[in-house]
Each structure stands twice: as C-alpha cells, then as structure tokens.
Design a protein around this ligand. Structure first.
Ligand code: ADP
Ligand code: MG
Length: 384
C-alpha cells in the first residue's frame, strides 16, 4: 500500500509499542434477539478524533453508551487509560458525553449552562466559585464566544448553541469526550463550518474524541481514523485515506464515496502480476492489481472510483483497461459533471469531468460514444 507515511507520533496505531488510550475488548450487547454490538474489539489512541461510522441501527450509539457507562455489556471489557471501567458507573469514569444543542437548559444563561456540570460534579473534585467562573470563561474563549456568557440559548444561532454544548461537555476536563451525531441538528452549510470548528477545538484541547455519525463525508473530513460498522460489527478500521483508496469489502467500498463496482471471475495473472478478471458486465477482460494471488475462478468485485477513470473520444492505446460505452445520463454539478456510461454488455460506469474554466459545460451529450480507461493499480479487488 502506498499511503503517505506520517511519523509514528502522529499515527500511534502504526507503532506496535504504542499503548491504546481506550481499549474495547470483545464487547457484546444484546437487546432481546438483537446483537446491537457483536463481539467488538477496538483500540483508540490518546488525542485521536475517532469516528464510528455506519447506517442507522448498526450499533454506533450502543457502543458509545457502553463507553459512557449508560449500558453495561453482556460480555467484554472497556479499559480507559489502562483502567478497567466496565463495572464503573458513568460519573466515576473520566468520560463526558456531548449531547445535541437542544439539550441546553433554556432558562439558564450560557455561562450557567457551562457551569452546570462543574457545580454538580460528584466527590472531592467539586471546584470553588472562583474556579468555576475562571473555567467558564476559559471555555467561552475556547469556543470563541468570550462575550456571550450572559445570553440565553434562544438568543444564539444554531452553531453557537452547538459550541455551548461542547463547552459544557469539556468544562469538566474529561479525558475522553463522546459525541453522538453532534452536528445532526444543523443545516448543511452550518454543519460544514462547525465541522472545521470542532476539529480545531479538539486539536487545541488535545482531548480524545470519539464521535458517532452516519455521514461518511463528516467522518472523512473530521477524523484521524474511522471504524465502519454494520449490523453490530466493525467491518474496517482505517484512516480516511486508506478507507477511501483501499476498502476491504464491497460494503465499505459502497458506503464511502461514489464508486463503480463490477463483478467478475479471476482468469489468472498477466506478466506484471496483475489479476486478469473476466467481467461479463463489460463483455471482456479487465486487469486489476491485488497484493495476494487469487486462484482461478474466484468471484471478485472490482471497485474503481469515478475520478480514476479517464474519458476519450476514440479508442485509447496503452491502457491496462479500456471499455467503450454510450452516455446514458449527465448530471451537471457546477464544479464537475457526472456521466453514466453504459457498455454494450450492460454495465453502467460513473465517470466525472472536472470543470476548470468558468464557462465549462458538460463536454459530451446523451448517446455520445465514449471510451473509458483506467490503470490496473487504480482498481481495488474485493473478495468479501
Ligand atoms: P445506531 O446508533 O447505529 O443507529 P443503535 O446502537 O442505536 O444504532 O441500535 C443498534 C440496534 O440495537 C438497533 O437494532 C436498535 O433497535 C437496537 N437497540 C438499541 N437500543 C435499544 C434498547 N434500549 N432497547 C431495544 N433495542 C435497542
Ligand atoms: Mg445512533
């Protein structure tokens, strides 16, 4: 795999000697017959912004609630900073959970909302009045709202309310912050802005964040690593770049970004060690790179991202893969146009054309005949 190497300090999961900060060991949680979490093991390192990504009902919230202590697992353990917290109640864990902005108390000022958790902390950790005031001001500055402590939540924008919810959750200085769909209540534009804001705050405080989201773009833009979940299981854990370029299953390939998925059967290897794959959908043979040899006859998926496919008006020479098709659909999206190109044998491939000049229009028309080409190394071979 040719993913750019960063230093092990920035990517502790690549360092075999690194100690995980959060360790989830074989956690299973059932509700009646439903396995909400099905034997989940996962390590998260200090300072990560980690995302649990999956469709509705895949078990993300349940896993987060097990970490927080709101649910106890049927089997398995949770360790935080080396300590087994599986049997500790939520308030004895070094953990806090951020709820969506509508969980703010409407009758309290912003400052009172932020102070609430501090005043109600249990045990000997309860700070004095002066300390609380200082901490609240510190938190207001952290979320860039130093002047707004006296406002009520209904005098704030949606994005500001979200930042207050974050300030309240961070005020107790948890070692681990859990966020369940934190931006779910915001509209698209505000959501994108708040994503950057949240990452920048996380980088400044250095607290380990674990976030649940069903939005793959959100997970991709915000996280150090992502665990993709399906039906109570973790399907793949990787950095956003590796998930995108090297999905390990058809499910992950289709869940993350747009992709073309063709089905085929292994014929053998060519002289360069690439797999030769019979693909009935394109009516012929395709070449794809794969690190492991696969026996002849193996059923495989061939996944190719739209942006890895080049478009030509005449038959291109010298490419590993070239297929002909007709334009069946065009979507103009401003910065790019997406074409759906159907081969004579039936497969439909999505390709994209980037518009650089302002006046650019889609270059091709319905029913135009095009040639598509891509390298063997741009395709991912999927066996599950
Ligand atoms: P997600 O957050 O990924 O949408 P959840 O963790 O909320 O998924 O739910 C996983 C599965 O467990 C779902 O089938 C859901 O219906 C079930 N489930 C979650 N919480 C409960 C509960 N308290 N009682 C019964 N079933 C539950
Ligand atoms: Mg959920």
């Amino acid at each position: 795999m040719s993913v750019p190497a960063r230093s092990p300090a920035l990517e502790p999961w690549r360092d075999p000697a690194a100690q995980p900060f959060v360790r989830i060991e074989g956690v299973t949680k059932t509700f009646g017959k439903v396995y909400a979490c099905d034997d989940i093991s996962l390590d998260v390192y200090r300072g990560e912004f980690f995302a649990l990504l999956g469709g509705s009902g895949s078990g993300k919230s349940t896993l987060l609630r097990v970490l927080a202590g709101f649910e106890s697992p049927d089997r398995g353990r949770v360790l935080i900073d080396g300590i087994d917290v599986t049997d500790l109640p939520p308030y004895e864990r070094p953990v806090n959970m951020m709820f969506q902005s509508y969980a703010l108390f409407p009758h309290m000022s912003v400052a009172q909302n932020i102070a609430f958790g501090l005043k109600h902390s249990s045990g000997g950790a309860r700070p004095g009045a002066g300390e609380i005031r200082d901490r609240v001001q510190q938190m207001l500055e952290l979320v860039r709202m130093p002047q707004l402590g006296n406002r009520k939540p209904d005098q704030l924008s949606g994005g500001q309310r979200q930042r207050v919810a974050l300030a309240r959750a961070l005020a107790k200085q948890p070692k681990l912050l859990l966020l369940d769909e934190p931006l779910g209540a915001l509209d698209k534009k505000l959501r994108e802005h708040t994503q950057f804001e949240l990452v920048s705050i996380q980088e400044r405080v250095g607290t380990t964040f674990i976030m649940v989201t069903h939005d793959q773009e959100e997970a991709m833009t915000m996280s150090s690593r992502i665990a993709v979940m399906d039906a109570g299981r973790i399907v793949q854990v990787s950095t956003p770049a590796v998930l995108y370029e090297y999905p390990s299953t058809r499910f992950v390939a289709e869940f993350i970004g747009g992709i073309n998925l063709l089905e085929g059967r292994v014929l053998g290897h060519d002289g360069d060690g690439d797999l030769r794959i019979q693909c009935d959908g394109v009516g012929g043979e395709l070449l794809a790179r794969h690190p492991d040899p696969l026996p002849e006859g193996t059923a495989v998926g061939i996944a190719v991202r739209p942006e890895k496919i080049d478009v030509h008006e005449t038959k291109p020479e010298g490419f590993d893969n070239a297929v002909m098709g007709k334009v069946r659909d065009i979507a103009y999206l401003g910065d790019v146009s997406i074409y759906h190109v159907q081969t004579e044998a039936g497969a439909v491939l999505r390709v994209q054309e980037t518009h650089v000049a302002r006046s650019s229009q889609p270059h091709y028309d319905w029913d135009d005949t095009l040639w598509l080409s891509w390298d063997a190394a741009s395709a991912v071979v999927l066996t599950s």
